[in-house]
Design a protein around this ligand. Sequence first.
Ligand SMILES: [Fe+2]
Length: 221
Amino acid sequence: MRKNINKLNSTFSIQSFEGGYDKNFSYILTCLKTSESIIIDASLHPSILKLSQENKPSAIFITHSHNDHVKYIKNFDDCFPGIQIVGHPESKLNTSKNNYIPSMHNSTVKVGKLNIKTLHTPGHYFDSICFYLENIIFTGDTMFVGRTGRTISNGSDIEDLYNSIYKTLLSLPKSTIIYPGHNYGEVPSISIRKNIEISPLLQASDKNDFLNKMKDYEKNR
Ligand SMILES: [Fe+2]
């Protein structure tokens, strides 16, 4: 497990924790004006995030329902009864309806003074979501440092991934910093501009070119 603290500006901080199934990241995002915090992905046990009842998170935001990202939801629920779970409306998660907040595409959830926008980005998985605020975005397994997510599971769709990457994520300001769901790159997070520079899968000229590049990538793994 590795922990990093980023204080990106005066309105929020991000703590990142690495571990879980395969270099997974969980993040604590804190509004510095109100001290309210949330977790991004239940990939690591709550004890690793060193949370206490005094600084308990108000919610867990789930980027998609692959097991490695939701594994510890029940443990969070046990530690912090009533903690809210924010996720895709079609996700099937191990949590009660009472504390589940389905988040629609382009909707905004408030955390303290922060406005966190939900962007549905299917492709890696049908219920993939990115969470966007100010100059950063949590991209789950839709986009990593150095490449896109893969489309090899049931519930993946390569054409959806093309649209999510090229029409949604790459249309954000290029200075936006991505915080992915796994530490698969040379650095844990990166600007979209730099990520395009280092990632052939983010340099496709059109959909067919992307499909071919993805095929090559899978063939050479
Ligand atoms: Fe995944």
